[in-house]
Write a protein that binds this ligand. Structure first.
Ligand code: NAP
Length: 246
């Protein structure tokens, strides 16, 4: 069977990096998108190549239309028609109440998490419709249904929008042979918590999680890999919660 060509946005670190490693083992060639940490992207690319996959890294801010176009153009030029997209890139901004937030932070979260997912999905939909098949997995969040009061209601709102996008695009693209699903992680132990100003946040949350621990990035990667695979061939429009029972 021909190897699939999958674009993973935010593939340099955390859940995205674990997803790239898992998909490489599952037979995908990978385009690793990142925005600033080129060293992490190269580190992940080395792991992907050592699993036998072809791989390119592309610095592309998903909120920028020209960057997204370049991301997909490089993918096609170097690896061939894009058959998969994992919309993983995401940011939260600093933790806090909405009233205390900065408008620039709100704008950035909406632009990366929602507009970025829309722009990448738009490019993928064009390519996959022409190709006649494809799979998109969006990385949402359990916060879409928890609301995340006092922490980041703006981020939760963007993830709820990603869930709505998942449902609508699945219905729009189903007749074209394209499946669209989402994974909604709970508290996962990645650098994201340090970036929002609270490195110990995931460990501290353990008591409030029914499974009594934060999740690992590879546990999210496994769910994404299943939704990317033919094993989930009749699943579309689904939001798969992987949140330890939360
Ligand atoms: P992370 O460790 O902070 O990694 C974020 C990744 O996204 C990095 O690869 C980063 O690239 C990339 N990125 C950030 N902004 C970008 C942009 N504008 N354009 C392209 N790439 C960008 O985060 P994570 O915890 O793995 O989170 C991954 C996804 O899971 C996000 O969508 C997040 O909302 C979601 N999620 C995470 C958790 C959690 O507890 N960790 C829970 C629920 C949902 P650089 O390396 O270049 O900075």
């Amino acid at each position: 069977m021909a190897r699939q060509v999958t674009v993973v946005t935010g593939g340099s670190r955390g859940i995205g990096a674990a997803t790239c490693a898992r998909l490489a083992a599952d037979g995908h060639d990978l385009v690793i998108g990142y925005v600033s940490d080129g060293a992490a992207a190269e580190w992940t690319a080395t792991a992907v190549r050592s699993a036998g996959a072809r791989c390119v890294t592309v610095r592309a801010d998903t909120s920028d239309e020209a960057d997204v176009d370049r991301l997909f153009d490089v993918a096609v030029d170097q690896l061939g028609p894009v058959t998969g997209l994992v919309n993983n890139a995401g940011v939260t901004g600093p933790l806090g109440r909405l009233a205390d937030s900065e408008p620039a932070d709100l704008r950035r979260v909406v632009e990366v998490n929602l507009l970025g997912t829309l722009l990448c999905s738009r490019r993928a939909a064009k390519a996959m419709t022409a190709w006649g098949s494809g799979v998109i997995v969006n990385v949402s969040s359990a916060s879409a249904t928890l609301g995340s009061p006092g922490e980041f209601v703006h981020y939760a709102a963007t993830k709820a929008a990603v869930d709505a996008l998942t449902l609508g695009l699945a219905k729009e693209l189903g007749p074209d042979g394209i499946r669209v699903n989402a994974v909604a992680p709970g508290m996962i132990d990645t650098d994201m918590h340090a970036a929002m100003g609270d490195p110990d946040r995931a460990e501290r949350a353990a008591a409030a999680i029914p499974l009594r621990r934060p999740g690992h990035a590879d546990e999210i990667a496994a769910a994404i890999a299943w939704l990317m695979s033919p094993e989930s061939s009749y699943t579309t429009g689904a939001v798969l919660r992987v949140a330890g029972g939360r």
